[in-house]
Design a protein around this ligand. Structure first.
Ligand SMILES: Cc1cc2nc3c(=O)[nH]c(=O)nc-3n(C[C@H](O)[C@H](O)[C@H](O)COP(=O)(O)OP(=O)(O)OC[C@H]3O[C@@H](n4cnc5c(N)ncnc54)[C@H](O)[C@@H]3O)c2cc1C
Length: 421
């Protein structure tokens, strides 16, 4: 396998602690703790081994019946050699031409430690609450066909364990060489009708990975993702588990801010999506927990994936999946909504709309509806400020969870019940 010159991926990881941006520090938490990440390229096919001389030709050179003078033997050998070299060149040319499409068709199996090239199969704008067709312009959806290797649990895509996992991958641009973690909207290890899969061999499967990526005006990878078109090349490595249930959870409270909705969407769709409903093994091996999702954004048009969430809520039933929306700029959001729909609203697509950030009172109200804290867990993903206010900051190393703080600590939740993604 031909390897590109190994090089360290540039990121704020190289900066002294505290000088990197908060997002890059978050990146540190999921980056492979080990050795430098190496960019690898698919092996170029090795040239064909020289074909052995045909038996007839070998006999010709030693046969007494056809013995010629040394000079004529030499010239005959020369001719044969000349012909063989010519034939070799011609077949090499034909081979290299025909092998091009073969190479393009072959797929890489995504690996956790090595970046490999994949192509974007589709790029579109993520739908938003108000501007469904145009989106809010900040979020883009990328589809990438990725072959994944499957362990015994994952073969057949019907493992209950897999439904209680959140998987993350890392995206890098070939030019920028900066990596960031992203969470596919659907688990690559749970077969889904929403994200169709084709089983290739029992040990690997081709999966459509869907990423929703936000663009920050001066954000590096987000801007790169928004600049992509179908057919463009990206580098991916994965998958890392960013959370796994232990099988005891009967209830989950999921708190998402902004793009923190992506891991929550993956988990909910694994449990209640079209994949899950046609997946009896997942239902049999684990009891599906009841879920409350609290999803916040700075304004109403920045709430993404609402059609998808509405669909999941209908599949799961309101009893099993309760969703509430929160917007910071409530009055602005209301007038925006009023302008589009001609009326004010307290709910969107059947989901309650709160005009504030997720606060102590909301968490108290939600927790009261739970039977007991012991089998209920809280997962939280979002901007650092939000995570800090609700659950305390992550540890300074950016990897470990840190102490539980914020509203949840105030309300008596235990550290082991809360996971900061
Ligand atoms: C487990 C996990 C899963 C994630 N999943 C998703 C997902 O599905 N979708 C998604 O969109 N995001 C996701 N993220 C966030 C994502 O990894 C990136 O952090 C995000 O896309 C921003 O990256 P960027 O390169 O575009 O921006 P960056 O270059 O990191 O910049 C982001 C912002 O920080 C500011 N900034 C940059 N450098 C500095 C600095 N040195 N000091 C201060 N401020 C600075 C920029 O101005 C910009 O506003 C996830 C994060 C984690 C940890």
């Amino acid at each position: 396998m031909q390897m590109l010159r190994p090089r360290l991926l540039r990121s704020c990881q190289a900066l002294p602690r505290g000088e990197g941006c908060a997002r890059c520090i978050r990146d540190r938490s999921t980056a492979a703790p080990s050795a430098p990440t190496v960019l690898s390229r698919r092996a170029s096919r090795p040239s064909r081994p020289p074909r052995p001389l045909p038996l007839s030709a070998r006999h010709a050179s030693t046969s007494t019946a056809g013995r010629r003078s040394t000079a004529s033997n030499g010239s005959a050998r020369g001719k044969i050699l000349y012909l063989l070299v010519g034939a070799g060149i011609a077949s090499a040319a034909v081979y290299s031409k025909t092998s091009q499409p073969l190479r393009a068709q072959r797929r890489n199996i995504i690996a956790p430690d090595t970046f490999q090239e994949f192509r974007v199969t589709q790029k579109r704008i993520a739908s938003s609450t108000l501007l469904e067709e145009k989106g809010d312009g900040e979020h883009v959806m990328l589809d990438v066909d990725v072959e994944v290797s499957l362990n015994e649990d994952q073969q057949g895509g019907q493992s209950g364990k897999e439904a209680m996992c959140i998987h993350t991958l890392h995206l890098a641009s070939p030019a920028l060489s900066i990596q960031r973690p992203y969470t596919p909207l659907y688990s690559p290890f749970v077969v889904s009708n929403d994200a169709p899969a084709s089983i290739k061999t029992p040990k690997s499967a081709l999966r459509k990975v869907q990423l929703m990526i936000k663009k920050y005006n001066d954000g590096e990878v987000g801007r790169f993702a928004h600049s992509l078109a179908s057919g463009d090349q990206i580098l991916l490595r994965g998958f890392d588990k960013s959370w796994q249930g232990d099988g005891t959870e009967t209830e989950l409270i999921l708190i998402a801010g902004g793009t923190g909705i992506t891991p929550m969407h993956q988990l909910i769709s694994s449990l209640f999506g079209s994949n899950a409903s046609s997946n009896s093994a997942a239902t049999a091996t684990t009891t599906k927990p009841k879920i409350t999702l609290l999803y916040s954004a700075h304004q109403i048009s920045a709430l993404c994936l609402l059609p998808e969430l509405e669909d999941l809520r209908q599949r799961a039933g309101a009893e099993r999946l309760h969703i509430e929306l929160f917007v910071d700029q409530h009055s602005h959001s209301h007038s925006l909504y009023e302008r589009v729909f001609g009326r004010r609203t307290k709910e969107v697509r059947g989901m309650k709309l709160n005009g504030n950030r997720v606060g102590l009172k909301d968490l108290e109200r939600i927790a009261k509806q739970k039977d007991a804290h012991t089998h209920c867990k809280v997962l939280i993903a979002g901007p650092d400020g939000m995570v800090e206010a609700i659950a305390g900051p992550k540890a300074r190393d950016g990897k470990s969870q840190g102490e539980l703080g914020g509203h949840l600590s105030h309300l008596g939740w235990k550290k082991e019940q809360v996971w900061k993604l």
